[in-house]
Design a protein around this ligand. Structure first.
Ligand code: NAP
Length: 289
């Protein structure tokens, strides 16, 4: 890490817990690679202290912040302004310092978009199956609508959570191209080939022998599967997609690009493809440990 001195700018992550985050590694790597005098640190903020933390960060001249679980929605009430897309989604993961306060953005969504495009895929006109209805799935669902998916089927263990997201999408986009199903009801989806986005936490390290849906018949419908999970780098969902002839990707690219989008917003510089590749290499090595 570079020498910290009186001119070093500070960025950080607010969440609870924050011990396992990869964000400090990513942003400090980017700062070193780009020769920018910036240090990124995690801040664990206890329940009830978010407003104070944001005001305190501003008073301490903190340049930018990432926001993670459980504060991505709550933080909206602490901002000076919000990007229209983040407002639509109702979740913010990046704060950018401006005169008088922070402005909120959602780079989870823009990062996933960049990850998808950079791997030669697209959302436009695709029939999409989204597995999951938590915080990450919500950003994916909005991306699908924003980027013109033909139809989105949201499959989730708890149906009411998927219904809430579907209702928000219908309100925001005035379209009725979203269908909600329980995980076992995938056979109600019309025959065809689908882009699947896996946004549940099933398959994370420690439970890597599991997938939210394990039936062969489901995977025969998938031409491409993107698992948002990046640790392990090869999940059971990905193995099932591959073994039925589909292409499979993990969530490392999304993780990388949500960070790159935030770093670019804070510093005003562009991260090159070469630096992105080196960062992905570094992240793959770290997550493999
Ligand atoms: P979350 O809000 O807690 O949502 C968890 C989701 O997983 C819900 O849909 C939940 O279903 C489902 N789920 C959990 N246990 C399940 C089980 N045993 N069977 C079936 N479904 C189950 O979490 P999140 O923040 O959305 O994160 C979800 C995943 O995305 C995590 O693995 C995270 O690592 C990954 N992620 C990746 C990135 C990236 O940059 N690549 C960014 C954000 C998140 P219920 O609604 O029924 O509880």
């Amino acid at each position: 890490m570079h020498q910290i001195d009186g001119k070093t700018r500070v960025c950080g992550l607010i969440g609870n817990p924050v011990e396992h985050t990869l964000s400090p590694m990513i942003h400090n790597f980017l700062a070193d690679e780009m020769g920018i005098d910036l240090a990124y640190v995690p801040f664990e903020v206890k329940e009830g202290a978010l407003g104070e933390a944001i005001l305190g960060a501003y008073a301490l001249n903190v340049l930018g912040l990432n926001i993670t679980v459980p504060y991505k929605s709550q933080v909206i009430g602490c901002l000076k302004g919000i990007d229209p897309l983040a407002k639509k989604i109702g979740a913010v993961n990046t704060l950018v310092r401006q005169d008088g306060g922070y402005v909120g953005y959602n780079t989870d969504m823009t990062g996933l978009r960049r990850a998808i495009l950079s791997q030669g895929m697209k959302i436009k006109d695709e029939n999409v199956i989204l597995i999951g209805a938590g915080g990450a799935a919500r950003a994916v669902a909005f991306l699908c609508m924003e980027d013109g998916a033909s139809h989105v089927w949201i499959l989730n263990r708890t149906l009411s959570k998927a219904e809430t997201i579907a209702g928000q999408l219908r309100n925001a986009y005035g379209k009725d191209n979203v269908t909600v199903l329980s995980l076992s009801d995938y056979d109600k989806i019309p025959k065809g080939k689908y882009l699947a986005l896996q946004a549940t936490s099933v398959g994370l390290k420690g439970k890597s022998d599991m997938a939210a849906i394990e039936d062969d018949a489901f995977y025969e419908m998938i031409h491409t599967g993107i698992d948002l999970i990046y640790n392990p780098t090869n999940t059971k969902f990905m193995r099932l997609v591959n073994s039925h002839g589909g292409k499979a990707y993990n969530g490392l690219m999304m993780l990388a690009y949500q960070a790159i989008d935030a770093f670019e917003l804070w510093t005003g510089i562009s991260i090159s493809d070469e630096v992105t590749s080196r960062m992905l290499e570094m992240l793959s090595e770290k997550t493999a440990q």
